[in-house]
Design a protein around this ligand. Structure first.
Ligand SMILES: C[S@@+](CC[C@H](N)C(=O)[O-])C[C@H]1O[C@@H](n2cnc3c(N)ncnc32)[C@H](O)[C@@H]1O
Length: 279
């Protein structure tokens, strides 16, 4: 109905925004250089919250690779989120809402919460208020390391959000050399180990990512290290040891009970009888 009312001006595509190839949806002529003003392509979305949060992570990665919707240049986005998520996306250093999402969004984009829509404005009324957030990709990202590396550092720091930042950072390194490597990282980055994750600015994260990159270049196996896998391996090793121990314990118990059985049954059979002994 809408596209009939605006012939040639409106095209409605029925599809899944998570898989739709926006980079093929508009004419090539709309493409701009990255450093130019944003192109005449604007993404506006009011999606379910279960879609908008994974989508913004995917789109931030696209910003860093300059592909997907950002093949046209610095495509701007205006999207709705649950108010708390909107606050996390825009949270400044030191604020209570400061999180992984704040750093990942702000190192790549200028992010602004434009307004809040009260839940009562919707039918049916959602449980929460809605935040409208505007993103413009930066001409120069504030951290120049690969997205995957930044994501790994930021994620490790924020997994212990109430502890000092050295706690989360230490998990970037294998257990056997955790204290020395964490010390080296913090020294190279010149970051105070007793800062809490939410006190770290984007430039702190830049220094940490640059230092971690230097350490990964010195030891090419380091980036692939994942403490969760180490934990899983050592858990399954303990489990195996546990299993072996309980198997040998079971076998020992079985041997003991057979022996006890034998001892218990022998007397019941009575003394070995002699042929001539009357029974
Ligand atoms: C909150 S409603 C918004 C409706 C309308 N756009 C508006 O602003 O009033 C969310 C809409 O997103 C659609 N939707 C849900 N998941 C989607 C997905 N993966 N891809 C595209 N649309 C989706 C739903 O069908 C629903 O129409």
């Amino acid at each position: 109905m809408l596209s009939d009312a605006a012939p040639g001006k409106l095209r409605i595509v029925h599809g899944d925004v998570l898989t739709f190839k926006i980079e093929k949806a508009f004419p090539e002529s709309l493409k701009r250089q990255w450093e130019d003003d944003p192109p005449n392509v604007h993404i506006i979305g009011n999606l379910p919250f279960s879609v908008s949060t994974p989508l913004i992570i995917k789109w931030l990665e696209n910003v860093s690779h300059r592909d997907g919707p950002f093949a046209y240049g610095r495509t701007q986005m205006t999207l709705t989120f649950q108010k708390e998520v909107a606050e996390r996306l825009t949270a400044s250093t030191g604020s209570k809402q400061r999180s992984r999402l704040s750093v990942m969004a702000q190192y790549l984009c200028s992010v602004e919460q434009v307004f809040t829509i009260p839940g009562r404005a919707f039918v049916p009324k959602p449980e929460v208020d809605v935040g409208v957030v505007h993103f413009t990709p930066l001409t120069q990202p504030r951290i120049t390391q690969p997205f995957e590396l930044v994501e790994k550092v930021v994620q490790n720091v924020f997994q212990f959000r109430r502890k000092f930042c050295h706690r989360g950072l230490s998990m970037l390194f294998p257990e056997t050399r955790r204290p020395e490597s964490t010390g080296k990282l913090l020294e190279l980055a010149d970051v105070d180990p007793t800062l809490r994750p939410r006190q770290l600015s984007v430039s702190h994260f830049k220094s940490l990512c640059d230092a971690y990159r230097q350490m990964c270049d010195e030891d090419p196996r380091l980036f692939a290290y994942n403490f969760r896998e180490e934990l899983k391996k050592s858990k399954s090793k303990f489990q195996e040891e546990d299993d072996t121990e309980s198997t040998s314990l079971k076998m020992k118990r079985a041997r003991e009970s057979t022996r006890a059985d034998r001892n218990r049954t022998t007397p019941s059979r009575g003394p070995p009888f002699h042929k001539n002994t009357p029974r």
